[in-house]
Design a protein around this ligand. Structure first.
Ligand SMILES: Cc1cc2nc3c(=O)[nH]c(=O)nc-3n(C[C@H](O)[C@H](O)[C@H](O)COP(=O)(O)OP(=O)(O)OC[C@H]3O[C@@H](n4cnc5c(N)ncnc54)[C@H](O)[C@@H]3O)c2cc1C
Length: 399
């Protein structure tokens, strides 16, 4: 059995949000495709995925369109989001709804995988992809469980994925450095913050971003989100650095995180730090070769925040359209995929976010950051509402 090559029509490599979304959108376009899809996932659900789990409105819109109700997943809603520079800045609320919903990825991805299975999609867990080799007639996928052969392959294996590495071995990679820490929430860690005056304490239901480290060449921000683990209120903290200022002198990445946590009464040394890169989108990132296309972080997440769950879901919608049309025409060059992506709501927001990233992080001076986050509120809100959020409404319908 080990040496036998197993043949499939559509192999999706990776069972995170981008792979599962591609499969779910494909079955939405053509329910007969369900039994032609096989997802290979190296872990077993519920599996750990380092992520703050912040879902923006676009993620919810795409899930709703798939007939899925994310409220079934344990979550915490933040009423508002603060975008600060040194603790002062913009407070953002969305009328009549939460500003951001926070899930745990182990629970969210497990839920999404079960939804895919309930729609007839097969997921094989515990299979690690080693190499992807396309040829004229199909694609060979080498794994730790032997060889698979498919008509087409979707590379959905994330920022460190082997699919992209196999098909674009020499392509430059733009990755952000990210660290994450989980702590008790402000209420339960009272003893630690007793020294901070009550009115100065951020409320538990606010998600914070602070860009104070940009002038020190950390081209990103620290975050502090509400979250929950097994129903217990917790906080998820982290630091994100696009690496755009990597050629200049920078402190160790954990330093700004330690500073921010200390300001709020937490000691970073008391908690376990975990790190993972995020590959971010640049207009030059490649997305396909004949018979293989990439989705999610394998192409690139949002460079401003490293926000990638909504994007991953969006990539799935575009890839499914490309695949369905390829089957109609019996032609698998995927030569239209990048154009389709760039013209979509997702492609437009990714390009806008890439441009914004080049401005807000390379104009790193303190005065500029203060101007941006504290004084240009109407402009920042307008840009965020029009160019950063609400792109899912400009995505193609699949029904
Ligand atoms: C610390 C951190 C915090 C983040 N916070 C947020 C946030 O708050 N909000 C947000 O929107 N985004 C956030 N992101 C980004 C988000 O996690 C990603 O953009 C998103 O997970 C991308 O989805 P994906 O399906 O493309 O890849 P992934 O979610 O990485 O899924 C890839 C899947 O492929 C599997 N896989 C990988 N390699 C192989 C292999 N060789 N063989 C088989 N299977 C394989 C993995 O096990 C995984 O299940 C964060 C990322 C990090 C690192």
């Amino acid at each position: 059995m080990e040496n036998e090559t197993r043949k499939h029509d559509i192999l999706i490599l990776g069972g995170g949000p981008s792979g599962l979304s591609t499969a779910l959108h494909l079955t939405r376009i053509d329910p007969h495709l369900a039994n032609r899809i096989l997802i290979l996932e190296k872990e077993h659900y519920p599996r750990l995925k380092l992520c703050a789990g912040g879902l923006v409105i676009d993620a919810e819109v795409i899930l709703e369109r798939l007939g899925l109700d994310v409220r079934e997943v344990p979550h915490v809603d933040a009423d508002s989001i603060r975008f600060d520079f040194e603790g002062k800045g913009l407070n953002v609320r969305v009328p009549k709804r939460h500003a951001i919903r926070i899930i745990r990825r182990s629970e969210f991805d497990h839920w999404l995988a079960k939804k895919a299975e309930s729609r007839g999609i097969e997921i094989r867990q515990g299979v690690t992809i080693k190499k992807v080799i396309p040829d004229e007639n199909g694609v060979t996928v080498e794994t730790d469980q032997g060889e698979f052969r498919a008509e087409i392959v979707v590379g959905a294996d994330g920022s460190n994925g082997d699919t992209r590495r196999s098909i674009f071995p020499n392509e430059p990679v733009y990755t952000a450095r990210v660290l994450e820490v989980i702590t008790p929430d402000y209420t339960t860690s009272n003893n630690k913050i007793a020294s901070i005056k009550k009115q100065e304490r951020p409320r538990n239901d606010v998600a914070f971003f602070d860009f104070f480290a940009v002038p020190n060449n950390i081209a990103g921000y620290t975050w502090d989100f509400p979250t929950q683990i097994n129903g217990q209120p917790m906080r998820c903290w982290g630091v994100y650095d696009t690496n755009l200022l990597a050629d200049q002198k920078r402190p160790a990445l954990k330093q700004p995180l330690a500073e921010e946590m200390k300001r709020q009464g937490f000691d970073l040394n008391d908690y376990e730090i975990k790190g993972h890169p995020i590959r971010w989108y640049s207009p030059w990132n490649k997305a396909s070769v004949p018979r293989v296309l990439l989705v999610g972080d394998a192409v690139g997440a949002d460079p401003i925040f490293g926000e990638g769950i909504s994007m991953a879901l969006g990539y799935g919608a575009i890839a499914a359209q490309e695949i369905a049309e390829s089957y109609q025409h019996g032609e698998f060059s995927f030569s239209r995929y990048k154009r389709r992506l760039v013209r979509s709501g997702l492609g437009q927001t990714l390009l806008a976010r890439w441009l914004i990233t080049q401005i807000i992080y390379t104009f790193k001076w303190k005065w500029f950051q203060i101007l941006l986050w504290r004084m240009l509120k109407p402009i920042v809100l307008f840009v965020a509402w029009v160019f950063v959020l609400n792109w899912s409404k400009r995505m193609p319908a699949t029904t």
